[in-house]
Design a protein around this ligand. Sequence first.
Ligand SMILES: Nc1nc(=O)c2c([nH]1)NC[C@@H]1CN(c3ccc(C(=O)N[C@@H](CCC(=O)O)C(=O)O)cc3)CN21
Ligand SMILES: CC(C)C(=O)C(=O)O
Length: 334
Amino acid sequence: MFRLPFTTNAASRAALRQGPWSAQGARRCMSVRPQELSSLTPPPRKKVTIQTLHSMRKANKPITMVTAYDYPTGQAASSSPLIDMILVGDSLSQVCLGFGSTTQLTLEAMIHHASAVARGATHPFRVVDMPFGSYHVSAEETIRNATRLVREGGAEAVKMEGGKELAEIVHRLTELGIPVMAHIGLTPQRQSALSGFKVQGKSVEGASKVLSDALALQDAGAFAMVVEAVPRELGKHITDKVKVPTIGIGAGPGTSGQVIVLEDLVGTWDGHKPKFVRRFANVKEVRDIGIHKFGEAVRGGSFPHPEEESYTMDPQLWQQFMQSQGDNNLALSV
Ligand SMILES: Nc1nc(=O)c2c([nH]1)NC[C@@H]1CN(c3ccc(C(=O)N[C@@H](CCC(=O)O)C(=O)O)cc3)CN21
Ligand SMILES: CC(C)C(=O)C(=O)O
C-alpha cells in the first residue's frame, strides 16, 4: 500500500500522489472535481523487487538509487516514482552523525537509523550497509548481524564492501535468503589501507583485480553491485561482463544504474565533494534562510502572531481563573 503522510482525505492524497514531478498532473488537479481525480491519477509505483531490478538491467533502463538515513529522508527518497532503490549507507557515519569516517559506525546505530528509513520509505528497494567490523570476524557473527539488519532494521538486502575474499560469506547469506549487494572498486571502509580515497582500477593489474572481484561476487550470488570510483571504461566493461545490475558512483555512464548520497545531490552536505558528485538542488541555502528568518521574526517581535499563531481562552473562564488566583487585573495581557 502506498502511504502518504500529512493528508486526511482521498482527494488531497490523490493530488499529492500525482506529485511535483508532473506539471500536467498539477494542472489537472485544479481543473477537475475531487471525485474525478482518482480516475486520472496513475496507479502508485509498484514495490520494487530484485526481479524488477533484474528486468530493468535486461531492458537497459537506468536504475536509480539514493541514500537515506532517517524517517524524513526515507520519505524524501520515496517522493519520486523515478527512484528505484534506497541505500542506508554507512556514509551515515559522516553525513548524519558527524564522525570522521565510516569505520566509526556501530551496528546498533545502523539498526536505529535503518528502521526509521524503513518506516518512511514506500516503493524503493531497501539496502542497508553492513558497518565496518560487522562482517569481518566469523561467518556466524556476520549471519547474526545481517539477520538483525533484516529483522530490526527493515533491510531487504545488505551491502558489504570488498572483493573475492567475501565470496564465501556472500554465498552463505544468499543461500539463507538474505540478498547481498556487493561493493567493489573504491571501498571507503578501507580508506586507511588504501591510503585515502583514490580511484581504483587505473592500472592493468588494478583493473583486472576489480573485474575479477566483480565476477567472483556475481558467482557467489550477489544480486547487484555498487562499483565506486573506477575509470568509466572499466565501469562499462564490468557491466558488460556481469549479468547482475551494476550501480555506479564515480564509475561513469556505462553502468546499469547510479547511486549518490542524498545530501550531496540536494546540497545539504558541505563537506568534501568528490569529483563524481553533482548538486541537483541547493537545499542548504533554502534551509538556512528559513532558520535565519525565524530568528529575525522572534527578535523583531513578529512571531508568533497573536491571533493567527496562538491560542486563547474563554474570557469568562480567564476571569474566573484570575480571581481564583487572587489577581484583580482582568485584562488579557497578550
Ligand atoms: N557525502 C558523502 N558522499 C559520498 O559519496 C561518500 C561519503 N560522504 N562518505 C563515504 C564515502 C566516501 N566517499 C568518497 C570520498 C572521497 C572521494 C574522493 O575524494 N575521490 C577523489 C579521487 C581522486 C583520484 O584518485 O583521482 C576525487 O577527487 O574525486 C571519493 C569517494 C564516497 N562516500
Ligand atoms: C557512497 C555509497 C555507495 C555508500 O556506500 C554510502 O553511502 O555509504
